[in-house]
Design a binder for this molecule. Sequence first.
Ligand SMILES: Nc1ncnc2c1ncn2[C@@H]1O[C@H](COP(=O)(O)OP(=O)(O)OP(=O)(O)O)[C@@H](O)[C@H]1O
Length: 542
Amino acid sequence: MRISRFYQIQKTLLQYGLDELIPAQWQPWYAKLLRGSLFWLRNRYPEHSIGARLRLALQSLGPVWIKFGQMLSTRRDLLPAALVDELAILQDKVAPFAGEEAQRLIEEALELTEISELFAHFELIPLASASIAQVHTAQLKQADGSLADVVIKVIRPGIRKQILADLALMDSLAVMAARFLPDGKRLRPREVVAEYRKTILDELDLQREAANAIQLRRNFAESDSLYIPFVYADHCRSNVMVMERIYGIPVSDIPALEAQGTNMELLAKRGVEVFFTQVFRDSFFHADMHPGNIFVSYDHPENPKYIGIDCGIVGTLNAEDKRYLAENFVAFFNRDYRKVAQLHLDSGWVPAHTKVEEFESAIRTVCEPIFQKPLAEISFGHVLLNLFNTARRFEMQVQPQLVLLQKTLLYIEGLGRQLYPQLDLWKTAKPFLENWVKQQVGLPAIWRQIKENLPFWAEKMPQMPELLHRYLEQGPRQQQALLLQMQQMQQQQQQSKQQIISAILAAACLISASIAFSISTGWLAATLGAAAVVFAIKASLA
Ligand SMILES: Nc1ncnc2c1ncn2[C@@H]1O[C@H](COP(=O)(O)OP(=O)(O)OP(=O)(O)O)[C@@H](O)[C@H]1O
């Protein structure tokens, strides 16, 4: 199976002429010979650009590869623009699987003899079908006898096995790409595949998605801006998820939004606000914000509310990540590149030997053109992208969660500007950043930290007298043990020093013996040889 799939993949890559990605001078002679002999696998689409051929090849290889291409399409930091633009139009249109099969999977997962035990109605025709999962509508029987409109997401049967097999092959190709592509080292194909592996395997676990949705819903329980559908956790398994059915206008349907009199300016601002709230207040953000996953409620269009679905991919940030973002954004928008460079150095993001002036000048070179535009039109996502690219050149390892955030930011900005082209991103985001930075310094921050640590100290306090007593009792004993260990270490050091000296002397005698032997002073050679043996024995006994 693996060999035939491997052949199929190679065949597809060659028939779409993707071997052209490796320049001829980089191909070893045996690879050229092999390529020449595969006469039945010629490039069949020479009239298409290399980007288009890559897109078509991924399309024909199936869902795992299509999703991989979609992921690559967000890596403008790694790939040329022409390639990325082609990959961005990859669509995972996949034929649905039979509704009866979905029903059987649901019954099996939820241990039902009949689907009607739990659902008053189950719609066999799917509402939507994607590469990994399919969505069906149903009516859930509730404990109080009422019915709830729900959707049931079901993972495609057999997809896990197929994904794992294809991921293994993809990794083999990545090894080859790292070796043969001209830019192989910089592109780090194995890391890219490993990142993809994690994302796609996470997406296969609907219990994880359910947990993310529950958390996000809780975070926005009081919000006027975002609604997350209720998840019926009792009826969720790793391959089945039951959640409230929502009715809304897809955010990309601008005519429909306008037709119902939506306040587009407010809607656009709320998109940015929701994102920054997730990042800076909750450190937990929905990271799959493509327009297919965002809807707008039909209720009160003058005070519009988003509805978010598909929480399969989320990002989390720690305090340090947040500080990185906030301080850099603020310094950037003040065009204080020295501060940006110094921040990177002070916090150890770039190595201590980095020359701050060089780093500052590199940041200025890539970022100053961005500021040629009015502040209102500047993209945060591009600022971050440029900063990451510059920092990578200065040996900074950019954390995956920051890359995820940067990509989400690009989506959000694109969306906001589509809804309301005059949207001033900086004005909308600034209060969030400044407020956050303010909270991190001064008395409020100290007080917050004390409050955060209070439970820890409260828990440890009663144990304090005992710990103190134990320390005082054990102190001298431990000190003595430590002293003994140190003495042993010193002895060992002394021994190994002697060993090294004896070994060096043995080697020196041996070399001298062989020189003496070659100039035929036999007795000298014999003496030196004997000395070498003596030193060697000493070295081994020391
Ligand atoms: N709670 C819901 N209420 C109504 N429709 C829903 C709901 N959840 C999902 N859908 C519909 O099903 C479609 C697919 O759902 P979802 O995005 O969660 O699946 P997916 O397999 O992760 O798809 P993709 O990865 O392509 O985004 C959505 O675009 C939407 O039309």
